[in-house]
Design a protein around this ligand. Structure first.
Ligand SMILES: NC(=O)c1ccc[n+]([C@@H]2O[C@H](COP(=O)([O-])OP(=O)(O)OC[C@H]3O[C@@H](n4cnc5c(N)ncnc54)[C@H](OP(=O)(O)O)[C@@H]3O)[C@@H](O)[C@H]2O)c1
Length: 335
């Protein structure tokens, strides 16, 4: 059975695998409702309790699908969602971390999820146009109202984490308990500053894209991708085309090869090794897996019980560690 660990400086216990639901209901590169429901059932049946969605995933359909699938077992689940991005309107007050937008976003999420509370409400991004005091006071009010139990942030830099926690402390408000950043063997830059800051400020870390969007599964080559994959379906100018251009580099394919060597030695898969590597990092609380099929989910679940030995960790670190930078040097030498 999976282990449950406290999320940051809180009493909330979460599984080390979190189910990401960005694919659910997405007609272009995701899965339909019956498949999404099977993925949720199997994920929970395997003993996990943590599900992550957002107001904008599949235009709100992800929250609706999750809400219907968990309705009969709501209290067994740690349900996380996010606000910031516009979901319904397009006006100046329909995005960001203002009181207006977050309040409307939370109400929309609760409606689509069919629940009267979420366990973890996260702001999806930093908003440079809203005073941090307004954002933290709004999140604090959500907690006091009972509609939200814990609060977190996503895609914040180190200085922004400090600003948020200090604003909460100054005003006697609820602190953040979690950060949701991108992190994998191919995107490690948060190690320099963000992860140590999150730890110092009591934030659990829930990492997204532990497979680099699927690149680390080993199924892509530099020239081509399976036609049913998100990188195989890219349309000019869409997010996956941009990601493909950023990710499909010689260096990243060397990392994929190193993952393959470890997977062969341990008689497991690329996916198991890549997700297990994120979980082996002490700063990481949970990895958000994002399966599109039940078969992919099964493969991702293997990471939960896969112990990477010291040789594997050393080889993967050597293959994926970036060039030494000045900030990296300071972080390594002085913590
Ligand atoms: N906070 C944020 O800003 C943010 C941003 C992005 C994601 N997220 C969260 O993180 C979750 C995971 O992100 P992600 O989907 O990018 O994660 P990922 O684990 O890096 O990539 C998942 C994708 O890889 C492919 N895949 C997964 N397992 C596979 C397997 N065993 N064999 C072959 N292919 C496999 C599938 O795509 P194909 O089959 O299409 O190749 C799948 O959709 C999301 O659902 C969301 O909850 C958060």
């Amino acid at each position: 059975m999976p282990d449950f660990v406290p999320l940051g400086r809180s009493g909330l216990k979460v599984s080390s695998l979190c189910l990401g639901t960005m694919n659910f209901g997405n007609e272009n590169w995701g899965c339909d409702e019956p498949t999404s429901a099977k993925i949720i059932d199997r994920f929970l049946e395997a003993g996990n309790n943590f599900i992550d969605t957002a107001n904008v995933y599949a235009g709100g359909r992800s929250e609706e699908i999750v809400g219907r699938a968990i309705a009969a077992r709501r209290d067994e689940i740690v349900l996380a969602t996010k606000g910031f991005n516009p979901q319904e309107g397009t006006g100046p007050n329909d995005r960001g971390n203002s009181r207006v937008n977050l309040t409307r976003s939370l109400e929309g999420s609760l409606r689509r999820l069919g629940t009267d509370f979420v366990d973890l409400y996260q702001v999806h991004s930093w908003d440079p146009t809203t005073p941090i005091e307004e954002t933290m006071a709004t999140l604090d009010d959500f907690v006091r109202s009972g509609k939200v139990r814990y609060i977190g942030c996503s895609n914040w830099q180190a200085s922004q984490i400090v600003e948020g926690q200090w604003a909460a402390a100054r005003n006697g408000g609820t602190p953040l308990v979690s950060l949701q950043p991108q992190y994998s063997l191919i995107v490690r830059d948060i190690e320099i500053d963000v992860l140590p800051t999150a730890a110092r400020h009591g934030l659990g870390v829930i990492v997204w894209s532990p497979l680099g969007g699927g690149l680390l599964t080993g199924k892509h080559s530099k020239e081509s991708s399976p036609s049913d994959s998100r990188f195989g379906k890219v349309a000019s100018g869409d997010i996956w085309e941009l990601m493909r251009r950023a990710l499909f580099t010689d260096r990243n394919f060397e990392i994929v090869a190193a993952v393959g060597v470890v997977a062969d030695r341990l008689h497991t898969t690329h996916t198991g090794v890549a997700v297990a590597w994120t979980l082996a990092q002490s700063a990481v609380t949970s990895a958000i897996i994002g399966p599109r099929t039940v078969e992919q989910l099964e493969d991702n679940l293997t990471a939960g019980s896969l112990e990477l030995d010291a040789d594997a960790l050393k080889d993967l670190d050597r293959a994926s560690r970036g060039p030494l930078t000045y900030l990296g040097f300071l972080a390594r030498e002085r913590g």
